[in-house]
Design a protein around this ligand. Sequence first.
Ligand code: NAP
Length: 505
Amino acid sequence: MSNPRVVIVGAGFGGLTAAIELRRAGFEDVAILERGSGLGGTWRDNTYPGAACDVPSHLYSLSYAQRRDWSRLCSPQDEILRYLHEVAREHGVDRLVIPDTEVTACRWDDARAVWIVETAGGATREADALVLATGQLHRPAFPPLPGRERFTGHAFHSAQWDHDYDLRDKRVAVIGTGASAVQLVPEIAPEVARLVVFQRTGNWFLPRRNRAYPRAWRTAIRRLPGLQAWRRRFVFEYGESLTAMIRHPRTAGRLGAARSGAFMRWQLRGHPALRRAVWPDYTFGCKRVLFSSAFLPALARTNVDLVTEPLAQMTPAGPATADGRVHDVDCVIYATGFRTTSFMFPMEVTGAGGASLRETWRDGARAYLGMAVPGYPSMFIMYGPNTNTSGGSILVYLEAQAAYLRQALEHVEAQGAAALDVRPEVATAEDQAVQARFGGTAWTRCDSWYRNASGRVVANWPGYMREYLARTARVDPADFRFLARPEPAGARAGAGPQRRAIFKE
Ligand code: NAP
């Protein structure tokens, strides 16, 4: 191997999975540039009370790094972060992480067929391949509330939890009722004096108790051969069944809605007004179905109010709703999600001929199999457009993507090329096929962060995990153009010694 230089941006699950795959295949020159102080990505950032994954850990873990000692069905944030550290260490990729290194721009140099990666502070680094693994959910979104800065109390975002602020006995507002809010509200509700939860849209719920595994179960999973694999398979198929409900809202989806509706009615028995207030007015599965057995009972507490009146502005005392009411609070917690559909990179990306990715994606982000963009040679995206999942584990997708980009780079090596570039007609045909598959599904039946302003679904994969696995299992070299190495090769600044040796051949 000519030892191509691979720069990965982001040391979350995506970046680390890519690095592990490349290192296992013998790619030696891999660096992971990380803006934060350490690895972990979303699991380092999101430390709000109750933060946990709502995908069971037997599937929310890498296939080659299985654990038999998960504390509960859905691991809490600290357990997942610990797992990520352990896996990175076991595979020797923790030492590839260069922390406190914010990438500000990535530019493809046509003449020299390399990526120039610029970091804050002005340093640059060259790469033969670029992997963007900055995730879809890392830039906190705040509602465009007039006067937001006028609030005189304390305020923070759920993804930037202020652990120094004591919520006990305070009057607190939580804005938003998405996946983060439903985890944190039941945790803080018993502590605070008053909690006002602002809901814009109701959600569909399914049960999740998430008690600690009993000792007998933990022993069984440790000792009984095959139980762990069966458990993973079971969760995989459960996830696929959820996708079936979203894909087929008139049939399977009705079963999902009925199950969810029965659960919600049971949870809110004796609270008919609250039940009406939280009831979703859109098709089951259009937005993320939320797994919680604790959120709706928390809303029914005597110290909790649910407000469905739209927010109008922020006043010095607290949020004001459209009916003119000001909700006096000491603290506002924005559980308002992330800036996602604008996709996605906190840096400038410039491809062949000086094209800007922002411009290339002006009608919505798109990438071949979520990973490759025509005109951006040897650039791969982890968790890129149309690879989010509503029913499965994103780690299944990330593993598939890591294997795919590793294969692609092996083809570059085998052909003695400088880089590869997905053919525009191949990418366009795939994009059309992906978009066509959304027709008739629940995803198109409401507004959500999965869709951009024009209604195009930019975040999600339209099918099952097994389909994505099959689609990405093998790289077809015919889908790509291979770029010749420029001359004079030996003069390339910064090229590693092995690479120079190849150029001399
Ligand atoms: P989110 O799902 O985008 O929810 C944001 C919430 O804020 C929604 O209730 C939204 O209302 C509300 N909101 C946004 N802008 C608003 C505005 N201007 N006025 C009033 N309300 C507003 O964000 P999240 O809860 O942080 O979750 C984001 C994603 O992170 C999830 O979908 C999931 O993929 C991931 N996540 C996963 C887990 C897990 O356990 N696996 C846990 C947390 C997060 P609308 O519904 O009306 O837009």
